[in-house]
Design a protein around this ligand. Sequence first.
Ligand SMILES: NS(=O)(=O)c1ccc(C(=O)NCCc2c[nH]cn2)cc1
Ligand SMILES: [Zn+2]
Length: 262
Amino acid sequence: SSHCWTFLVSFLGPDQWHKNYPIAKGRHQSPIEINNKEVHYDRSLLPWFASYDPCAAKTILNNGKTCRVVFDDSFDRSVLRGGPLPGVYRLRQLHFHWGSSDDHGSEHVVNGVRYAGELHLLHWNPKYSNYLDAVRRTDGIAVLAIFLQVRKTPKPEMKRILEQINAIKTKGKEVPFPNFDPSVLFPKSHDYWTYHGSFTTPPCEECITWIVLREPIIVSSDQMAKLRSLSKNAENEPDLPLVDNWRPTQPRYFRMVSASFL
Ligand SMILES: NS(=O)(=O)c1ccc(C(=O)NCCc2c[nH]cn2)cc1
Ligand SMILES: [Zn+2]
C-alpha cells in the first residue's frame, strides 16, 4: 500500500485513515468494546481447535508496525477449525499489539478493561485461491485474539519469541524462526467471544471472523518491556520506539457479539 498511515494521533492517525481507506469508516470495523451485558450466549457455538505443525514456522520479523512470526501457508499444514468457522482456515502469521506502559495496549476492550497487549493469529480460508483473494471476502479471514495480562510470574512459552527481539530491533529485520507451535501460547480455557469485523490496520477490509479468547495469557512487565524495545525505524535512522501500535475501539453498530460460554 503506497499510502502511509500511523497509529499516532496525527494527520495520518486512525481518525484520518478513512481519507485513503474509506472502509475504515464502515459498519463492521475492529476492534470493538465487548460488554458482558450486550453479549449473546450462543449454545450452538462449537469449540474451536488448532492443529499446528511446528515445522510450518519460518521467520520472525519487524515490519515497523509490529513483531510478526510468519508460517508456511502453501497448503493445509497449520489450521484452525470449529468454533464459528465453516471449515478449516490456514495459519499465515501471528503478531502483537502493545502500549507504551503496562496499563494499556490491547485493541479489544472487555467491560472497560484494557490489557497490556493482544496477540493475533491470522488464518485465511483456503476455499479462496490465495490470501489477497480471501481478504476481499466476508468469510475470508479468521483471527484468534488472545489478551496479554501482566503478572509477576510469566508464562515461559513467550520466552521463545522474546529471545529473538534483539535480532529484529529495527524495521526490515527478519531472522529464521524454526520449530515453533504457537498453540503453546494458548490459555487453559478455550472460552471465546466471536463477531464479524475487520483488519485493525489499513486497508481495514471487513473480512474477519474474530475469535477473542476470554482468558488472557500471563506475561511479565519485563517481557512487555522487551516488546517496547523494538524500533519502528530502520537501522540507520533516528530511534523511534515501536509502542502503542493499537487501534482505538470502533462503533459496534448493529453487530451481535456471541459468547461460547454462559
Ligand atoms: N491486527 S489484524 O487486524 O489482525 C491485521 C492482520 C494482518 C495485517 C496485514 O498483514 N496487513 C498487510 C497485508 C494486508 C493488506 N490487506 C490485508 N492484509 C494487518 C492487520
Ligand atoms: Zn493485529
